[in-house]
Write a new protein. Structure first.
Ligand SMILES: Nc1ncnc2c1ncn2[C@@H]1O[C@H](COP(=O)(O)OP(=O)(O)O)[C@@H](O)[C@H]1O
Ligand SMILES: [Mg+2]
Length: 440
């Protein structure tokens, strides 16, 4: 993408309304635009990151055996009346009436609707286990939307729903999502710790929040230090096999959010030098709620013994739009964002130091064409800005690798390659740069 043809509205000034660094950087880097309190338009740079995160989550859901669908944002109130949640959900639910005076709502979550879909088609244990997921916009009329996309009112969530014949099966489904979450977050360059958590309006009694430690996090959290550096299962992990040992290795160490924290137990179970008490950002949550929805909605399956039983359920959410902010909180410096490669909006920043200079333009155009042909996403700054502004802009938007080409270097046959994360710069020939960047 040529910057001269792209839409990248960078801000020079630090926006005063933003209280945390990720919100400031997302505004300055032209990623989002607030349209109403807690409601954002995604500009091209932000949209690219959002889509990368969504795709990683999709790949890990698919790997774990979940099946993608798409449910609507608007839901009829009837479903929520069946489960008693229409009244229970309270003022966070955005209620809408259509022209026929029918009650609709903008979905804050989808347990009720997916259970309706399930019961319409699935009658036998032979179709189980089943896990259906989608990535769709949600609306929750939060009292205090803040911190940009971290606590929005409209936000993008991946939510998956598992269906099993019995509690043991539901536990296996829960474990599959637990491991898929570890993998998805780790692929985004995030270290997450699953912590025991309150279940809230979703219900049930087994739940973990996946937490990224960060000073600006909204939750107080407590855990055993060894959880910080536990290896995450690689892609050879067998989702059809027994995942309990992987889950147990983590759950046997203390980790809890403040809502369910037990100070006495923390002190009893965790040696003093291993106690971590910190703040964290919740990027995902998994719930096992059993028959909470299947009983009122009569979602029954016939077991091998011929008897009908209410299906056992769980639900599993990931804050896709919140993750954009969470990744920035975890990865930035004074100059701007430092994207982990897997979620970067472009792979490479190509900086032309003297646009209009025939030789420099030719070298840049040629490298741009070759890198693009090699499958790299390149943001090519071909504008007439001064070099200082180009460097600052590219540092701000944080693409993993920068390549700088100017007339002086070219005279010696050299270009500069810079790593955004380490700041390390290396001079090399154009051919060497192409070889390095096309294959990395
Ligand atoms: N207001 C919000 N803005 C952005 N992301 C949110 C918001 N509320 C929830 N999320 C994300 O969606 C995920 C699943 O939501 P859930 O656990 O049902 O919500 P909550 O934790 O607010 O009860 C959360 O882990 C979080 O990452
Ligand atoms: Mg939650």
């Amino acid at each position: 993408m040529r910057l001269s043809r792209f839409f990248l509205p960078l801000l020079r000034e630090t926006p005063s309304e933003a209280q945390i660094v990720s919100h400031r950087l997302m505004l300055r880097a032209g990623m989002i635009r607030q349209e109403a309190a807690g409601i954002y338009a995604w500009l091209p740079l932000g949209f690219r990151v959002l889509k990368k995160i969504e795709q990683i989550v999709r790949e890990e859901m698919n790997r774990a055996g979940a099946i993608e669908i798409l449910m609507p944002t608007l839901q009829p109130s009837d479903l929520w009346k069946e489960t008693g949640r229409y009244d229970a959900y309270g003022p966070e639910m955005l209620r809408i009436r259509d022209r026929h005076d029918r009650e609709l709502l903008y979905g804050p979550t989808n347990e009720d609707m997916v259970t309706e879909i399930f019961r319409a088609y699935v009658k036998s244990y032979k179709a189980l286990p089943l896990n259906l997921y989608h990535t769709q916009w949600k609306f929750r009329d939060e009292v205090r939307p803040r911190f940009g996309v971290m606590r929005g009112r409209e936000f993008l969530m991946k939510d998956a729903y598992s269906f099993d014949l019995d509690a043991a099966g539901a536990r296996r489904s829960y474990n599959r999502m637990y491991v898929a979450y570890l993998r998805a977050f780790s692929r985004m360059g995030l270290k997450t710790i699953p912590m025991r958590a309150e279940t809230g309006p979703i219900g049930g009694d087994l739940s973990h929040e996946f937490i990224v430690l960060a000073e600006t996090g909204e939750s107080g959290v407590f855990c055993h230090r060894d959880l910080l550096d536990m290896p995450v299962p690689d892609e050879t992990v067998d989702f059809d096999g027994d995942l309990e040992p992987i889950v147990r290795q983590r759950t046997e160490l203390y980790a809890a959010t403040e809502d369910v924290h037990d100070a006495a137990r923390f002190e009893r179970e965790v040696p003093e030098d291993k106690r971590v008490s910190a703040r964290g950002i919740e990027v995902g949550q998994v719930f096992y709620f059993g028959t909470k929805y299947s009983v009122p909605m009569k979602a029954l399956v016939t077991g091998p013994d011929g008897k009908d039983v209410p299906v056992e359920g769980g639900s599993y959410g990931i804050g896709v739009s919140r993750l954009v902010g969470a990744i920035i909180e975890a990865s930035h410096d004074d100059a701007g964002i430092i994207w982990p490669a897997a979620v970067a909006p472009f792979d490479i920043a190509l900086i032309n130091l003297k646009s209009g200079d025939a030789k420099t333009d030719a070298a840049c155009d040629d490298l741009y064409a070759k890198l693009t042909a090699a499958g790299k996403d390149v943001l090519y700054d071909d504008t007439n800005e001064r070099p200082g502004a180009k460097f600052a802009g590219m540092d701000l938007i944080g693409l993993p690798t920068q390549i700088v080409i100017g007339p002086h270097g070219l005279e010696k046959g050299l270009v500069e390659v810079k790593s955004r994360a380490t700041g390390a710069k290396e001079e090399m020939s154009l051919e060497a740069a192409l070889k390095r960047l096309a294959t990395s």
